[in-house]
Design a protein around this ligand. Sequence first.
Ligand code: NAG
Ligand code: NAG
Ligand code: NAG
Length: 487
Amino acid sequence: MRNNFYYEYLHLVLFILSIFLLRLEITTTIAISHHPVAAVGAGNYKCMDKERHALLDFKACIDQDPYGFLSTWTTEDRTTNDCCKWIGVTCNNQTGHVIRLHLVDGDLEGKISPSLLDLIHLNYLNLFGNSFNGTIPMFIGSMTQLRYLDLGSNLFSGIVPPELGNLTNLKEFSLQDLRRCTIENLDWLSHLSNLETLDMSGISLAKEIHWVNAILRLHKLSHLSLDRCDLSHFVRTNSYSYSKSSSYSSIVTLSLAGNNLNSSMYHWLFPLTSNRLVDLDLSHNKLDKIPKYLGSLCSLTFLHIAYNTMPAKFPDFLDNLSGCTSATLQWLDASSSQFTGSLSDEIRKFSSLQTLDLSHNQLNGTISEKVWQLPSLQLLLVSSNSLKGHNNLSGRLPSSIEYLLNLEVPDLVDQSEGVGEATDEFERSLYIGGASGFATGFWIVCGALLVNRRGRKAFFRVMDSLKDWFYIKVMVFTANWQRATHA
Ligand SMILES: *[C@@H]1O[C@H](CO)[C@@H](O)[C@H](O)[C@H]1NC(C)=O
Ligand SMILES: *[C@@H]1O[C@H](CO)[C@@H](O)[C@H](O)[C@H]1NC(C)=O
Ligand SMILES: *[C@@H]1O[C@H](CO)[C@@H](O)[C@H](O)[C@H]1NC(C)=O
C-alpha cells in the first residue's frame, strides 16, 4: 500500500512539474524573443533617424500600453536613443535598418500608424494579440517587402482590404481570430503566390463561396488553418466545378475544426487534399461518415475527428481508413464521436499508431489482443466507453503503454476501501500503467509541441485528452493519502 502511495505521489508530482516546466519554457521563449539584446545581437550598427521617428510615430498612435511594452521606446538619453535596442525591434546587423517588429500579446490599444511605411526594410510584422481597432489599414498592402505578417487576435472590424493582395512576397500570413472582420471576396488572396502558411481561423467566410478556388491558386501553400470560419454555409453551385488538373494541392497541414461541417463537405475537401497531406483536423464538426478516399491519402499521419456525430461501427470506420493510410497513421483522435462496436482486430493494420484516443464513445466488447501488439503505441485513451478489459491484462502490457479504461474494478481501489466519496467516482475507472511509459510519451509529445504555435494548439488538445488521466491521478492520490493519514 505504501508503495502505491509513493508511486502515485511521484507520478502526480512529475506531472505538475512537467506542466510547470512547460509553462516556464513557453514564457521564457516569449520573453527571449522580446528581449532587445537577444533580438539584436552585438553589432556596432545604430538605427536610422528616419526609422526611429517612424517608430516614435507608431508609439504615438498607441492609446494604451498596459504592460509598458513600449517603455523602452524613448530618446531620453544616449543609451535609449538607439531604436535597434528597443524591445520588439530587430535591425539588420550590417546596415542598421529595422527589419522586424515583434509586438505580441501586449494588449496595445489604438491605431496602426502609417509611419510604418517608412520602415522600407521591414520584412516581419507581428502584432498578434493586441487591441488594435478600426479597419485593417489599407496602407499595409503597400508594405510589399513583408514576408511575414500576423495581425491576428486584435479588435479590427470591417472588411479585410483587398489591398493586402499586393503583398506578393508574403510567406506567412495570419488574420486569426479577427472575429469582427468580414471577407466578401477572396480573389485578392490568389495574388499571394509565395504564401506557404495561411491562418484565417475565426473569420467568417460565409459570404465567400469561391474560397476553395482562391486557395487552390496558391501553389506553394503548405499550412492552412480555417477553424471556425462558418464554412458550413458553403454551397455547391452548378457552375462550380473543380477540374482534376487544377486540383493538385500542396497542402501538408489542413485544419477545418469547428465549422459545423456535414458530409457534403467532402466534395470540396477532395481538391484540397493530395498525397502530401500529413495532418488533417476535422474535429468539432457534424460529420457522420468518413469516406474511403481519406484512407487513400498515403502520407496522412495525424487525423483528428474528435467531436463529430458518427454513430458508425468503429471497425467499419477503420476499414474505410485502411487504404494506404494504415501504414502511416501515427495519431488518431476519434474521441467524443459516438462510435459504436468494438476495438477489434482491424486495428492491427495500423502498425504506426502511437496515440489512439477513443475516449467518450460507445464502444463495447473486449479490447482486441492486437492492440497490445501494435509496435509503436504509446498512449491509448479509452475511458468513458463500455469496454471490458481482462484482469490479467496488466501482465501483458508493454510498459510503454498507458492504459485508461472504465468499468473494471481496479486493484488500487480494492485496496482503498473505506475511503468513501473519493473513490465513488473513481470506482468506474481503472488505471494500469508503467511508471516510465507515460513520462516518456509525455515528453516526446511535449518536445515536439513546444516548437511552434500550431504545436501549442496541439498541446492543449493533448491536455484535453489527458484531463481524465489527471483526474484519475488526483483521485488515486487523494484516496491513498487519506488512507495513509488514517493509518
Ligand atoms: C548578423 O546577422 C547574421 C544573419 O542574421 C548572423 O548570421 C550573424 O551572426 C550576425 N552577426 C552579428 C555580429 O551579430
Ligand atoms: C494594390 O491593390 C489594389 C486593389 O487590389 C490595387 O487597386 C492597387 O493598384 C494596388 N497597389 C499597388 C501599389 O500595387
Ligand atoms: C465508408 O465509406 C463509404 C463510402 O465512402 C460510406 O458509404 C460509409 O458510410 C463509410 N463508413 C463509415 C463507417 O464511415
